[in-house]
Structure formats: structure tokens, C-alpha cells
Design a protein around this ligand. Structure first.
Ligand SMILES: Cc1ncc(COP(=O)(O)O)c(C=O)c1O
Length: 366
């Protein structure tokens, strides 16, 4: 029997956008050979398109673009681009970089991660960051060199353009690099109804991990370096990051197959199709959850974070988790309060939502 599992676990659980699949198939079946390791025309075309999308003028210098296999690799390569091993990276205490990348940032790059508490919406603010910058210049302390945030945050909230500017200004004031983990950057841009430029180059982001997988690629992310000083190396080599890219084992030989996926996603703002859909499905699911019947006049569920992208966080009665997640796998986020995360993806359907809500209604009635 075919496995027809549907989930609200993660946009990583979804398959591949048909248009991406067609682009891959067309490239594969073209019978073309191409230079390997990113020296090919498709990679070059993708680089130029990224330049056009993120920079405000064609005269701006080309950003460095490195395609990688996964998001952890993108974040590691970004840290490597900005730091030496005596440096520290400021991140939030719920960041993917500190919670979900094993110990790779520390072991692969040698840096110290300094995590700071977020507010209830998963954001860090400049006052708390600044408190951690007291010991810049003190040889006994790991030296902060990079601030990293996830846009959107791991709680599915979105930094406003103003909040991004504040963090960027603080980074500039202390001579730190500003990195954005944009594993779901497309969802953030759709949520803010803005361009990709508005939340990156226009607010002074130095380096970006741009996610493709969660938007519907088969696999593939990109590290995009806007700050040209990061492209120069201490030993006079041009773009030393190309060596680091290889060194961290993220250099694909058939790189054109990552590049062709990004080209397809980025051309004519095609990314909006998947991010607007997944964000919209989360709004629909939220609405349906909010109209569930109450018990003794009290709601049975509580939405715990603002729903701004394709994720919904909510507290549910504990005894719902097993039967519900058996039908539609999803993650328990905080066992103590029975807070779970429901994630929509580019292919979530209204029928998925109906079936999920019907199951909840069944549980309520029993
Ligand atoms: C905020 C964030 N960054 C990065 C990643 C990418 O991680 P991976 O290494 O699994 O591709 C994820 C995936 O869940 C994420 O949520």
C-alpha cells in the first residue's frame, strides 16, 4: 500500500515543488556536460540573479555566493567567513545554531557561542545583546565578532524592518558582522509583504544563509556574502571562502543541480507561490483551531505565539498528542506545558486541515 502520510511536523517533511522537479529533470535529461564544482553556466546565472535581487544597483559589487547542501552547513560556513577561533558569536537561546546543530559550530569553527534570552516571541533585542559586548578588547574573553538571528525566528515570528535596522546598527557600532539565518526567509518576506532586499542588504545584513529546502527544493541552501570585506582573505588570496567551502565538505561537484533549483525558485519571484501558500495555510489552520468548541466556557487550546509565517505554536490537552500525532505527525515543543508546533508547507491542503480538525472534534466528543 502506498504511504500517504501527511504531516504538520515540518516543511522539511514535504516533498519537492513540481516546477523544481521539472527544472531538475530538464537539466539532467539535457545531455549537457558542464564544468563541475560551481564553474558552470547555471551556477553563474544563479549568482547573477542573486546579485540582481539583493543589490539595489547593477554597479554594486557582486555578492559572494556559495551553494551548500544543508542549513547547518550554511550557518557553519557563515561563521567561518566572519570569525577566527578566538571569536564569539552572539545568538539567541532558542536559535537553531545552538539548539539543533549539535556542537558543530563550536567544533568545526572553534568559536564560542554566547546565547542570550529571547522575549516570548523568540526575538532578541539590542539592549540585551549590548550587555554581552562589555569585554570587547579584553584578551581574557572570547571576542564577539558576529551577531546571528533567525529571520523568521524559531517561534515563527518575524523581525520588523525597524528591529532589523536596530540590530544592524548595533553590529556596526561594535564592528561586528550581522548574519541572518534565513532558512525560511521567503516566508518572512511574504509575511512582511516586502522584497528580499528590504530585509537583507537594505538593512545592512553582512551575510545570509538563504534556505531553499523548506521552500520546496529537493535540497540546497546558499551562503550569500554582501559585505565585500568578508571576501578578502588575510593571506591576500581572492575569496578565501572558496577554500573554506571545500574544507567544510559542502562543495557539491554537480553544483549546477543546486543552482538550477535556486534559479527556478528565484526567477520572477516564484518563491512567493510556496511561501504565500504555506503562510496562508497556517492562517487558515489557526482560524479553524480558534473556532473549536469550548469546554465549560473555556477554550481547550491556546495559541502561544503570534502566527506570522507557516508555523503555529499552541498548547493542547496532553492526552490529544498521541492520537493526533499518530494521524498527522507534529512536534511536541515543550512537554511541560504541552506546547506543540504545527508547520504548514507549500503543499498543505485544506483537506489536510479538515482532517486534522475533524480528528480534534472526535477527541473532544469522546
Ligand atoms: C532556523 C533554522 N536554521 C537552519 C535550519 C536548517 O537545518 P538543516 O541543517 O537541517 O538543513 C533549520 C531547519 O530546521 C532551521 O529551522
Amino acid at each position: 500500500m502506498a504511504n500517504s502520510m501527511r504531516t504538520f511536523a515540518s516543511d522539511n517533511y514535504a516533498g519537492v515543488l513540481p516546477e523544481i522537479m521539472s527544472a531538475l529533470a530538464e537539466e539532467a535529461q539535457s545531455h549537457r556536460h558542464a564544468r563541475a564544482y560551481g564553474q558552470d553556466n547555471v551556477t553563474n546565472e544563479a549568482r547573477l540573479l542573486i546579485h540582481e535581487i539583493f543589490n539595489s544597483s547593477p554597479d554594486d559589487p557582486l555578492p559572494g555566493v556559495h551553494f551548500v547542501f544543508n542549513g547547518t552547513g550554511a550557518n557553519i560556513l557563515s561563521i567561518i567567513a566572519c570569525t577566527h577561533s578566538y571569536h564569539a558569536v552572539i545568538c539567541s537561546d532558542i536559535s537553531h545554531i545552538i539548539c539543533d546543530e549539535s556542537s558543530s559550530p563550536e567544533t568545526v569553527t572553534g568559536v564560542r557561542l554566547i546565547s542570550i534570552p529571547t522575549d516570548e516571541n523568540g526575538k532578541i533585542n539590542v539592549d540585551i545583546i549590548e550587555e554581552k559586548l562589555d569585554r570587547i578588547g579584553d584578551m581574557h574573553a572570547a571576542q564577539p565578532k558576529m551577531i546571528t538571528i533567525a529571520q523568521p525566528t524559531e517561534y515563527g515570528t518575524v523581525y520588523t524592518i525597524d528591529e532589523l535596522k536596530q540590530i544592524s546598527n548595533l553590529a556596526k557600532k561594535y564592528n561586528l558582522y550581522f548574519h541572518v539565518d534565513g532558512a525560511r526567509l521567503f516566508n518572512a518576506a511574504s509575511s512582511l509583504n516586502c522584497t528580499l532586499r528590504d530585509i537583507t542588504t537594505a538593512v545592512g545584513v553582512d551575510i545570509l544563509s538563504l534556505g531553499g529546502t523548506k521552500a520546496g527544493l529537493m535540497y540546497g541552501e546558499a551562503v550569500i556574502i554582501f559585505n565585500q570585506s568578508l571576501l578578502k582573505s588575510d593571506d591576500g588570496q581572492d575569496n578565501s571562502l572558496k577554500y573554506r567551502h571545500k574544507q567544510v565538505m559542502q562543495l557539491a561537484s554537480k553544483q549546477r543541480f543546486i543552482a538550477i533549483q535556486f534559479l527556478t525558485l528565484l526567477k520572477n519571484d516564484f518563491w512567493k507561490k510556496s511561501s504565500e501558500h504555506s503562510n496562508g495555510m497556517a492562517q487558515l489552520l489557526k482560524k479553524r483551531l480558534e473556532s473549536l468548541p469550548k469546554k465549560n466556557d473555556k477554550p481547550l487550546i491556546r495559541i502561544t505565539r503570534p502566527v506570522e509565517i507557516n508555523a503555529i505554536f499552541l498548547e493542547i490537552p496532553r492526552d490529544w498528542y498521541e492520537p493526533l500525532s499518530e494521524l498527522f505527525p507534529f512536534y511536541m515543543w515543550r512537554t511541560k506545558t504541552s506546547e506543540v508546533r504545527l508547520m504548514c508547507s507549500f503543499d498543505t491542503t485544506e483537506n489536510d486541515i479538515d482532517r486534522f480538525i475533524n480528528k480534534i472534534n472526535e477527541l473532544i466528543q469522546n
